[in-house]
Design a protein around this ligand. Structure first.
Ligand code: ZN
Ligand code: ZN
Length: 420
């Protein structure tokens, strides 16, 4: 059965409403844009209308849509008074906050031009960004506490599609990007919502197994890789779903393929070879590997842009240490695409990966309420940066190492090998 584009768009909207937000009867729903206070991009209207329809069909009491137009932002940068970039539409954050505090669901549609601000005065761009971050704080606090269900999804922008599909003629790139999004979000399956329920159950199964195992370390082997990383006592493996404060289960990222925890910032040894390029600070670092000793990177090699990699690892002491460890089977749709998406939502789910830099507090038991010193003493890393790079492949084997030093198979040739 091949679905029409219209049917796939409807299925994407249903996935957002039922698996992503998990809209409850009587609830209010807001459709917004990237960074929350921004509205949904105008070109996402065909999807947004279907989300509105799907939400009402799921029993929503009221659905509100915030719109935005990135070209109007550019006009501001061209003509607005230079001293006006601390102006902010405060009504938008008040509106969002009112909805969120009242338990509404909020979906953020990300479809901006990745190069929108290229060529604009960097000082003004930074000022606008800081102003936004300042006004977003009360909203971010609600979001970090999961006071409401929220979700981030992508729609193609022509300039994004051009980066991902440079080999295609310009008039085919956006269509190819849509097809790719549908495939990666399992919209090509007959019943995508059922497919996601099954997928999420598998992720939870793996996370539960690893949480019970509480391995002392993981050992990775692949061509160019022989690497061991410690796992702090009390580490927690997380997967796709979160619960709101009033107990509604939602899925904040679509797609999502990873289960993840933190590594011990003082225990990483050996050589780790990346399996995909890393896009960092506008430069593409290719064919690279790192050597770790006593938890910190002591040597790097890169086929291209080695200096960019060194710059990243030198941001601060934590930038050269492990913050996150994530496992993704090689059979996941994103891994199978073999593409670089220049978009964290997709690239972070492409393969088993490691992040250097900051560890997430919630990946350690009690981590959210610990002092910075206690978190560090438990092995939790801190840095200004958190940068993920892909290491997984069809050739990667991973063993769990128990506290008494026994090795148990966790992944073989890129796929789960544990017996749960
Ligand atoms: Zn991750
Ligand atoms: Zn990460």
């Amino acid at each position: 059965m091949t679905k029409s584009f219209d049917q796939k768009l409807s299925d994407y909207a249903d996935l957002i409403v039922h698996i992503g937000l998990n809209v409850q009867p009587g609830q209010k729903v807001v459709v917004s844009g990237k960074n929350l206070f921004r509205g949904a991009p105008l070109h996402s209207a065909p999807l947004v209308r279907k989300i509105v329809e799907s939400a009402y069909k799921a029993g929503a009491r009221f659905v509100d849509v915030f719109w935005d137009d990135d070209q109007s932002q550019l006009v501001r940068f061209a003509h607005a008074p230079r001293d006006s970039f601390e102006e902010f539409p405060t009504w938008r954050t008040r509106a969002l906050h009112e909805y969120a505090a009242g338990g509404a669901s909020i979906v953020s549609i990300y479809g901006e031009d990745p190069d929108l601000f290229n060529g604009q005065d960097p000082a003004l761009v930074t000022q606008a960004q800081r102003t936004m971050e300042k006004h977003m704080q009360p909203q971010m606090e609600l979001l970090m506490k999961n006071a409401y269900s929220w979700l981030l999804v992508s729609v193609p922008h022509p300039n994004w599609a051009a980066k991902v599909f440079p080999e295609l003629p310009a008039d085919q790139q956006v269509d190819a990007m849509w097809e790719q999004i549908f495939k990666l979000c399992r919209i090509d399956r007959e019943d995508p919502v059922a497919a996601w329920k099954e997928h999420i159950a598998q992720l939870q199964d793996a996370a539960k197994y690893l949480n019970e195992k509480q391995y002392d370390a993981l050992h990775y082997t692949a061509p160019g890789t022989d690497f061991t990383v410690g796992l702090p006592a009390g580490h927690l493996w997380n997967s796709a779903q979160s619960d709101t404060m009033n107990g509604v289960t939602f899925t904040p990222n679509l797609p999502t393929e990873e289960i993840f925890t933190l590594g011990d910032k003082n225990r990483a040894e050996g050589t780790l070879k990346a399996s995909m390029p890393l896009s960092y600070g506008g430069r593409l670092i290719e064919d690279f590997s790192m050597v770790f000793k006593d938890g910190r990177v002591v040597d790097v090699k890169a086929g291209k842009n080695e200096q960019a990699l060194k710059d990243l690892l030198d941001v601060d002491d934590g930038a050269g240490r492990v913050g996150e460890i994530a496992l993704v089977p090689h059979s996941s749709p994103i891994a199978q695409s073999g593409r670089l998406f220049y978009n964290t939502l997709y690239d972070e789910n492409a393969a088993s990966h490691i992040a250097v830099g900051r560890a997430y507090r919630f990946t350690l038991k009690g981590g959210e309420s610990m002092s910075a010193e206690d978190f560090a003493a438990a092995g939790g890393n801190y840095s200004l940066v958190h940068v993920d790079f892909m290491i997984g492949s069809a050739e990667m084997d991973i063993d769990g190492i128990t506290k008494d030093g026994a090795k148990e198979p966790l992944m073989r040739k890129g796929e789960w090998a544990y017996k749960g």
